[in-house]
Design a protein. Structure first.
Length: 455
């Protein structure tokens, strides 16, 4: 359906009160939610691959003689190639589409995990982590693009929260699951297990994912509901005239979103890579108990991600509250709760530490799905992949920095306190980015039409 046809087709819906419109939607088929859960499963598998390393530090030290600083570099290796591939992945995503990029990506996840399991030395293992970064680089930009196609604006926060919460839930259940595998069978079997799970997901995605225009099971009523609710249009002509990266990088909103996402990701990856080690090194908890303690803040983050960043945001918007105010309040408020990481700097018992870390992760988790909806809300058409990748590039610079900086701080001070203070300062910068640079969450103007680019 062309844009002018869509406007005419959806015009009668403008007179319907929003909450009644969504009450009526409850009787529609819900095929779109099948896509949200499929993408969420992919994120969960992604994070099984990523957290495997954080649980394996002691085992890798025994096998390869890894120091704290060396472990920090190894932990960030994934993010080096993940960051380097963000811009190319975003451009390829807008050119080739979610389906094609998703298939290639998922297959390479499994190859990278099997390669790590077979590593004869640290150089091979390091290379496997670099490959994993390349393989997983399209995941979140692709999810943002897919959910932009499949969901109306007023349902997109919950749909995004389902996929984003999967990252937190993966850490909650994955750390103890992988920890038990490692404890009883060794680190090679834990990496082989994530490789096998990744391959199963590749098969499922290959068979199940379609864009709305390609899905024969999508009813006309549900398609109309999604399109009239503000879903992004699949438009091959527009895709060939998509906004250039250069045009997007001239927009202040992009920098505000990138700064906020980078600040979020710094604390997120600090905890993702170092939390088990923090509990064992600073609070003297043994490996078996630390992997179970680690799951507590991640479970809390899963709940706040779904309930606050997803359900509550959509519920308020569907009841007629100003969508910009709702989203900005949750984004900034969630980041403010993230400042609770400062409290962990003075914690001396596991219980106190987990309370502060749970508050911080819970706040950040509530903000995250809202931030991930923003690219599909502000991007010019068929440029969501490019914009989301540009923003995620900033996040990956933070993801690279956090494990390395933390490794140096802990090695030099024999304490995690300064590492948590550093994360607090960076979160304050992120809050400023959301408030002063992002501004209102509204569409960036379309660039002037230029010559067609090769599809």
């Amino acid at each position: 359906m062309k844009p002018n046809e869509l406007r005419h087709h959806c015009l009668p819906m403008g007179s319907v009160v929003m909450n009644r419109e969504y009450e009526a939607a409850s009787s529609l088929p819900r095929r779109r939610w099948r896509i949200a859960w499929l993408l969420a499963l992919g994120v969960m598998v992604n994070f099984f691959d990523r957290i495997n390393l954080s649980v394996s530090r002691d085992a890798l030290h025994a096998s390869f003689g890894l120091s704290l600083v060396a472990f920090g570099y190894l932990s960030s290796a994934f993010s080096w190639t993940y960051a380097a591939m963000q811009m190319p992945a975003g451009v390829l995503l807008d050119r080739w589409g979610v389906r094609r990029m998703g298939r290639m990506s998922a297959f390479l996840w499994s190859v990278a995990s099997f390669a790590a399991a077979l590593a004869p030395g640290i150089s091979w293992f390091f290379g496997a982590r670099l490959l994993l970064g390349v393989a997983e680089s399209p995941t979140f930009p692709a999810n943002a693009k897919a959910l932009g196609y499949w969901f109306p604006r007023a349902e997109r926060s919950l749909a995004t929260a389902i996929t984003d919460a999967a990252a937190k839930f993966a850490s909650a259940i994955g750390v103890p699951f992988i920890g038990l595998l490692l404890f009883y069978f060794g680190w090679r079997w834990s990496f082989a297990a994530t490789g096998f799970i990744s391959f199963l997901y590749f098969v499922l995605f290959y068979l199940a994912y379609r864009n709305p225009s390609e899905d024969d099971g999508l009813s006309d009523n549900e398609r109309d509901f999604v399109l009239c609710g503000g879903a992004q249009l699949e438009d091959r002509l527009t895709a060939r005239r998509r906004s250039s990266l250069g045009y997007l990088l001239k927009q202040r909103k992009v920098y505000g979103l990138a700064l906020g996402w980078g600040a979020y990701n710094y604390t997120f990856f600090l905890l993702l890579t170092w939390l088990p080690s923090y509990l064992s090194v600073a609070l003297h908890i043994d490996l078996l108990h630390s992997v179970f303690y680690t799951s507590v803040p991640w479970l809390f983050a899963t709940l706040t991600d779904l309930l606050v960043g997803g359900w509550l945001v959509d519920a308020l918007i569907q009841r007629g509250y100003d969508s910009n105010l709702v989203r900005k309040t949750v984004m900034v408020g969630g980041m403010a709760f993230g400042l609770a990481i400062f409290g962990a700097a003075r914690a001396h018992t596991p219980a106190v530490a987990l309370v502060w870390i749970s508050l911080a992760l819970g706040g950040l988790a509530a903000a995250a799905p809202v931030a991930w909806t923003v690219p599909s809300l502000i991007s010019p058409r068929e440029s969501v992949g490019t914009l989301a990748s540009a923003v995620n590039f900033s996040g990956q610079i933070a993801a690279i920095s956090a494990p390395i900086v933390t490794g140096y701080i802990v090695s030099g001070t024999h304490s995690f306190a300064a590492a948590f203070v550093t994360a607090t300062a960076i979160l304050l910068l992120g809050i400023a980015g959301y408030v002063f640079l992002l501004g209102r969450i509204e569409a960036i103007p379309e660039p002037e039409a230029g010559p067609l680019r090769p599809a």
